[in-house]
Design a protein. Structure first.
Length: 257
């Protein structure tokens, strides 16, 4: 795994005449995990889509995103990184699976996009990856259709698809949404394990402070499209610098670290 340095400077995003993000500044290094905390409508998803080069038509971007020293905003390099070095786990990821394809075919089509793996090799890689993600009966899962699987299993399948290209940066948008407490704990354990084994950087958005406090190195508080605070989880909880941060923590009834 190559060393990673992602630096965001003065990043702003507009949809038509509405400004969604205002002068965003932060950086991510190899193996580092960053959390972005804030309520709905504060620009978390827009930020991830900007980093993933997947904003909708009509969006305008200004500022700088540097990837290992190279500017990527409005560059072909950004498109090349998308889906290979930068992958994104969307909200409700199971809904992104094509209902008429088996899970096996999803993996095969993705591998075909990046290599010339045949179906047997794709099958072996997919089964191995699902097993590493602690899914029982990976062969049975690969032969299943999305509607035959639970939401938690579909989420892990989508995570496996994100990991298949061996990215340097994983963007996870509200990964705990719709998961019960047990599934959230399992996801947390899985993400922590991936960081250790792959040295992969992560940016995780959430409105769930309790999850981020355990999952990341630093937390960005995003409010109305602006960063109002950045701190370690422990310092953020013990000494929140803004009233909005205090409200988020109190609403979630977070435990003291």
């Amino acid at each position: 795994m190559l060393s990673l340095q992602l630096t965001v400077k003065n990043l702003s995003v507009n949809y038509n005449d509405q400004q969604i993000l205002h002068d965003i500044n932060f950086s991510v290094t190899a193996g580092q995990s960053i959390g972005i905390l804030g309520g709905s409508g504060n620009g978390k998803t827009t930020l991830l889509k900007t980093l993933a080069c997947s904003l909708p038509a009509g969006a305008t971007v200004s500022g700088s995103i540097s990837w290992n020293g190279s500017e990527i905003i409005h560059k072909k390099l950004h498109e090349k990184l998308r889906g290979s070095q930068i992958t994104m786990l969307p909200q409700q990821p199971g809904d992104t699976l094509f209902p008429l394809h088996t899970i096996k075919k999803h993996f095969y089509l993705l591998l075909q996009a990046y290599s010339r793996s045949d179906k047997e090799a794709a099958d072996q890689k997919a089964a191995s990856l699902l097993a590493r993600l602690q899914l029982d009966n990976p062969r049975q899962i690969l032969n299943s259709y999305p509607y035959q699987l639970s939401g938690g299993i579909k989420q892990r399948i989508c995570l496996a698809l994100c990991l298949l290209p061996q990215p340097q940066l994983l963007l996870a948008d509200e990964p705990t949404a719709g998961l019960d407490v047990v599934a959230q704990a399992e996801l947390l354990k899985l993400l922590l394990s991936l960081r250790q084994t792959r040295n992969m950087s992560m940016i995780i958005t959430s409105h769930n402070p309790g999850f981020l406090l355990q999952a990341v190195d630093n937390i960005i508080i995003l409010h109305r499209g602006s960063i109002i605070e950045i701190n370690t989880p422990k310092q953020l909880y013990r000494q929140p610098q803004t009233e909005y941060t205090r409200q988020l923590l109190n609403a979630a009834d977070c435990y003291r670290l």
